[in-house]
Design a protein around this ligand. Structure first.
Ligand code: NI
Length: 196
């Protein structure tokens, strides 16, 4: 007799999927359903080796994001000092309420755009406001890899991928690979499935 008491495989949606283009709905309450979703997303992020995962990538159009940014990457902003030791964690209804004037260019990748990397210019740090799953509200300046990851994940909640944020040159460089990914995606409903 086989008892399936734990999810053994996870689905992440890839570029071209309609759910990735939607503006996600706010989470109205942290109930068992949201806790279950967050826990599955944390597992999915681990299985796919990500440092962040937004609910739309998991097929749910909700403002819920999980993070697992490595601690060794702190640049010393208050948000990194406070949040990196708490990794991994989930937040609901995250917002960016301020952006630094200073920008930086950094290569990005995405679990929804597998094996494709390109440089993206974004603010070097942001003020991040969110509610942790245990109810705590945070509002912190986050730079470094965490600040970058926050900006990338929050884009997912508004229907954007990093490939929508590229310079013309960077876009030209990955266009062939991205078109190939989308055409492969079409044949499998834009789903990546991973065994656990
Ligand atoms: Ni992504």
């Amino acid at each position: 007799m086989f008892f399936k008491n734990k999810k053994k495989s996870f689905v992440v949606y890839t570029a071209g999927a309609a759910v990735l283009k939607e503006v996600a709905a706010p989470v109205v309450a942290v109930d068992d359903e949201i806790r279950q979703l967050a826990s599955e997303m944390l597992d999915a992020m681990r299985v796919f080796n990500g440092i962040g995962l937004a609910a739309p990538q998991y097929g749910k159009s909700l403002r819920l994001v999980v993070f697992d940014v490595p601690m060794e990457n702190s640049t010393g902003t208050p948000g990194e000092e406070y949040l990196l030791p708490q990794m991994p964690f989930a937040v609901i209804n995250p917002e960016i309420i301020a952006r630094s004037g200073k920008t930086e260019e950094r290569d990005e990748g995405c679990l929804s755009v597998p094996d494709i990397y390109a440089p993206v210019v974004r603010p070097a740090s942001v003020v991040f406001r969110a509610q942790m799953l245990d109810g705590e509200f945070i509002e912190l300046e986050c730079g470094g890899l965490l600040g970058r990851c926050i900006q990338h994940e929050l884009d997912h909640l508004d229907g954007f991928l990093f490939t929508d944020r590229l310079s013309t040159a960077a876009e030209n460089a990955i266009r062939g690979d991205l078109n190939r990914l989308k055409s492969i995606g079409q044949s499998c409903n834009y789903r990546r499935i991973s065994g656990k």
